[in-house]
Each structure stands twice: as structure tokens, then as C-alpha cells.
Design a protein around this ligand. Structure first.
Ligand code: KIV
Ligand code: ZN
Length: 514
């Protein structure tokens, strides 16, 4: 079995998803979980984009000690310097330099000739070599680049010191039938490629990112790049979990294996979804809520007789618990601890005590909690959102057939403020009232609500995205009362705005361009 290296870019390309804005604490928490999942390299950010991004990467580098940390840089000395500063504490750092090579990008974006592109790549790699032994070089838009030019750039990049060569399908244009050929031909025509890792990185514009990535694996790449849940720029990136399970399930075809700890997949997926505010579509392969549920009677009957009739992957393989431990009113700290351990968490005494407090609050309101409720309870504990405003009281009434909401907030100095406001429905009144109390207005970009299980007392989950000064902030609130969940989600997003270093927020509005 060949080993396929897993390069995770959830925290860089994934964070380029519209509306996603992760705090430093959330990034560190995701990075630690990616380490637990067993990815080989974590792309932690793009340090040249802002000082805040450098701080984020430094925090991740300090926390993650057993997985290599990469950062992105354009082929500019200043980007390499920013990368150096960001990665100075990393145990196994890697510089990832990107430069576009396709005719479209050369002509319209870079205004550079082929020779100039090669020289710029060489200069950046050689400069990077002063500080980094591991350098990945990406030929942006490789899938739309002339093959003979790819050969030249790849060879010169390797001579300059690149240790990984990445050929991305930047715009999701490739098809599996031909994408693999590019890698085969590079192997045939660039002998030096055997001294480095050959990598691929696909986008999902035509829904073919996983298929293209697997075609590249079949053609002999050593590394694949992707994100958890497939999040990322536009239609997203290759979903790492899909590739890992395809390799696992189809060993006869790919003869390759990753080092991923497969039963950490589900938990990682939910953590990323929770912090990014990007829901996983229910029918999403591997990690969707419906991925392992069988609706039709014929299928249910088959699975009960023999699971392999309709299941090609056991839910437990990816960490979807089929446990029957149901926690209820009478469950104590010990039962909760066991359940938490079963779900793969390793909590400190203090975190466990907090989780137990949260559990008791929820169980007061509903008869029993399911595994997903527990994930939510714990993940709220992991991130100590610095809060400027908290909800302390909420009263809803309907005088004169109108909706009226009274809201009380307390600020970080415990000062209360209270207002009563009417609106076009509860959420309109609630959000306008909160804005009135804090004296700042936000543009509501997205509001969604869902409940995990079908009981009337299920925990409601509200995800809100707001925009302020060209920057988006998201919040997720959970409560058995959906109006309270809506208030919490809005306040989390707002608190993120107040917590953000606004110089960073502005800079972050630019993602990388060469
Ligand atoms: O899509 C792309 O080409 C990228 C590169 C930085 C690898 O994200
Ligand atoms: Zn990309």
C-alpha cells in the first residue's frame, strides 16, 4: 500500500468560504482536532494577509506539536518573511508558495511572460530556502496550463529547492478522465519529480473535486489536499473525509492508504461545522445526517438482516456512534463522563464540571439528550467566547395583535440595559432591540434554524451571519427555546465583531491573489 499524505487546508482555503470568520481560539481548537484526526500537514493560514493572521498561525504552531504546519505565501519576499515570522515556533514548518502558470492568469492577472513566471518562482523558492527546508510549490491553475510549460516550471522549482510540487485544479475545471493524465505525463517527462512529493488540490465547481482527486491518486500522486466537509472558496474544496473513505473502501483499485484516524472524522466534521457556521448538507457523503439512515422499509429490513446489504461503510468506522447509552434526568456525572469519553473527547476536570452543569440545565428542559446534544454541549465549553454582551432577560408578548419584545442585556462590567420594542415578527423585534441596546447596526446576511431530533423539546440550533464594515461574523446559538437560541446566535456574532482586531478584519477581506 502506498501512503497518501493528507494536507488539510480547512483553516486557509476553507476559511476563504464566504462569511466564515474563525477566532484564534476556534482555529487552535480545530487544528488540535486535525492533529488528532491524523492529517499529515495543516495549512494554518496566509500570514501576509494581516498581522492578526500571523498571530493565529503562531498560536496554532505553539499548540500543535506533532503535525507539520504550512502557510501560504505568494512568490514575494515580503510574503516569505511574513510566513517566517508566523511559523517561527512551529515544530515542523513548511512554506507553501503559490504562483499562477496558466495562460489566462499570466495574461490577465499577472501580466507576466512564461520566463518571468519561472524566474519569480525560482527567486521565491530560493529565498524561502534560507529559512525553510520544506517548501511546497503550487502552480496555480495548473489544470489549464500548457503541459510543456508545466514540465519546465516543475523542474526549475525542484532545482530551486521545492520538496513538494502541487498541481491544483484551481477553478474546478478538470474531469477525472483527463486530470490523471496530467500527473502521469509529469512523472514521465520530469525525472526530478521522483525526488519530491507530487500533490493535488481540487475545487468543486462542477461537483468533481473528489473524483478528480482520486483520479490523481490513481495516476500516482503522493499527497492530496482538501478540507473537512469540503468547505472552501466558491463551491469548496475536495472533502478530505470522502477521499479517506474511498481509499479505505476501494483498496483493490487505489492500493493506497492514508494515516487518518477514521473514527475521528465525524467529530471533526461537527466541530468544523459548529465553528464555521457552515451546516453539513444532510445527504452529504460520509458525514451528512442521512449518510447512515435507511428510510425505505425494504432497506431497513435488509440492514437488520445483514448491514452489508445496504451499507458499504459502518457508521462506527467514521465515529458515528450507534451506542445505546441514552442520558436522562437520572444520569449522573459518571454516565456523562463515560458518554463523553465514548464520543472521543478528553476533558479536564474543570471542562467536565462545566459540561455537567450545562447537561443539567438541558435535562431540566427535555427528557433525554442524544449524542448530538452532547457534542453541542461540549463544543460550547471548548470555546470560551469572550463576551461583551449577554442576554439576561427576554419577554415576548402580543399586545394589540402586534409582536412586542422586552430584552435585557448585561455588558462585560455587569451593567444591565433594557428596552421594549415592537417589530414585524419576533426575530425582527429581537434583533432590532439588541442593536438599539448596543448602539450598533449589523446587516443580517443569513439566518437558519434547525433541530436535530424530532421531539418537540429538541434543542434548537440557530445559525446567524451578520455583516459590518465589509466583514462577516457568524454565531451559532442553541437552546430548547428557539427565540433564545436566536438571541444567543446573534449575540455571539456581534461579540465576535467587538472582539476582532479591526485592522485584521479589513485585511482579511483580501484572500490571496498573485
Ligand atoms: O486553489 C488553489 O489553486 C489554491 C492554491 C493556493 C493551491 O488554493
Ligand atoms: Zn484552493
Amino acid at each position: 500500500m502506498r501512503k497518501i499524505h493528507m494536507f488539510d487546508t480547512t483553516l486557509r482555503d476553507g476559511e476563504q468560504s464566504p462569511g466564515v470568520h474563525l477566532t484564534t481560539e476556534e482555529k487552535v481548537s480545530i487544528a488540535l482536532q486535525l492533529e488528532k484526526l491524523g492529517v499529515d500537514r495543516i495549512e494554518a493560514g496566509f500570514p501576509a494577509s494581516s498581522l492578526g493572521e500571523i498571530v493565529n498561525v503562531q498560536a496554532i504552531s505553539k499548540a500543535v506539536r506533532n503535525t507539520s504546519i504550512a502557510v501560504l505565501a505568494r512568490a514575494h519576499k515580503t510574503d516569505v518573511e511574513a510566513a517566517r515570522e508566523a511559523l517561527k515556533g512551529a515544530a515542523t514548518p513548511c512554506l507553501h508558495i503559490v504562483l499562477a502558470t496558466s495562460p489566462i492568469h499570466r495574461k490577465y492577472k499577472l501580466n507576466m511572460t512564461k520566463e518571468q513566471v519561472i524566474e519569480a518562482a525560482e527567486m521565491a523558492i530560493k529565498y524561502g530556502k534560507n529559512y525553510f527546508s520544506e517548501i511546497e510549490f503550487s502552480l496555480e491553475d495548473a489544470s489549464r496550463t500548457e503541459l510543456d510549460f508545466i514540465y519546465r516550471v516543475v523542474d526549475r522549482a525542484i532545482q530551486a529547492g521545492a520538496t513538494v510540487i502541487n498541481l491544483p485544479d484551481t477553478v474546478g475545471y478538470a474531469s477525472p478522465e483527463t486530470f490523471g493524465d496530467m500527473f502521469r505525463k509529469v512523472r514521465e517527462n520530469v525525472p526530478s519529480i521522483d525526488n519530491v512529493l507530487l500533490s493535488t488540490h481540487c475545487h468543486n465547481d462542477l461537483g468533481m473535486a473528489t473524483a478528480n482527486t482520486l483520479a490523481a491518486v490513481y495516476a500516482g500522486v503522493d499527497q492530496i489536499e482538501g478540507t473537512i466537509n469540503g468547505i472552501g472558496e466558491r463551491a469548496g474544496n475536495t472533502a478530505i473525509e470522502e477521499v479517506a473513505l474511498a481509499l479505505e473502501t476501494k483498496q483493490d483499485i487505489y492500493q493506497a492508504k492514508s494515516n487518518l484516524v477514521l473514527n475521528e472524522i465525524y467529530h471533526t466534521s461537527r466541530l468544523v461545522s459548529q465553528y464555521t457556521g457552515m451546516m453539513v448538507q444532510p445527504n452529504k457523503a460520509i458525514v451528512g445526517d442521512h449518510a447512515f439512515s435507511h428510510e425505505s422499509g425494504i432497506h431497513q429490513d435488509g440492514v437488520l438482516k445483514e448491514s452489508s446489504t445496504y451499507e458499504i461503510i459502518r457508521p462506527e468506522t467514521v465515529g458515528v456512534s450507534s451506542s445505546t447509552i441514552v442520558l436522562g434526568k437520572h444520569s449522573g456525572r459518571h454516565a456523562l463522563k463515560k458518554k463523553i469519553e465514548y464520543l472521543g473527547y478528553d476533558l479536564t476536570q474543570e471542562e467536565l464540571a462545566n459540561a455537567f452543569e450545562n447537561f443539567k440545565n438541558v435535562i431540566d428542559q427535555k427528557k433525554y439528550v442524544i449524542d448530538d446534544d452532547i457534542h453541542k454541549l461540549i463544543n460550547q465549553e471548548f470555546i470560551n467566547h469572550k463576551t461583551r454582551y449577554e442576554l439576561s432577560d427576554l419577554v415576548i408578548s402580543y399586545p394589540d395583535e402586534q409582536t412586542e419584545v422586552t430584552i435585557e442585556l448585561i455588558d462585560e462590567k455587569q451593567n444591565p440595559s433594557r428596552t421594549t420594542i415592537r417589530g414585524n415578527g419576533v426575530i425582527d423585534a429581537l434583533y432590532n432591540g439588541i442593536e438599539r441596546l448596543i448602539g450598533t447596526q449589523f446587516q443580517l446576511q443569513d439566518y437558519s434554524i434547525r433541530s436535530k431530533n424530532i421531539e418537540k423539546d429538541a434543542i434548537g440550533e440557530v445559525i446567524v451571519k451578520v455583516k459590518k464594515d465589509d466583514q462577516s461574523y457568524s454565531g451559532r446559538g442553541m437552546d430548547t427555546d428557539i427565540i433564545k437560541a436566536s438571541a444567543k446566535a446573534f449575540l455571539i456574532a456581534i461579540n465576535q465583531f467587538f472582539q476582532t482586531d479591526h485592522r485584521k478584519a479589513k485585511d482579511n477581506s483580501f484572500t490571496f491573489t498573485n
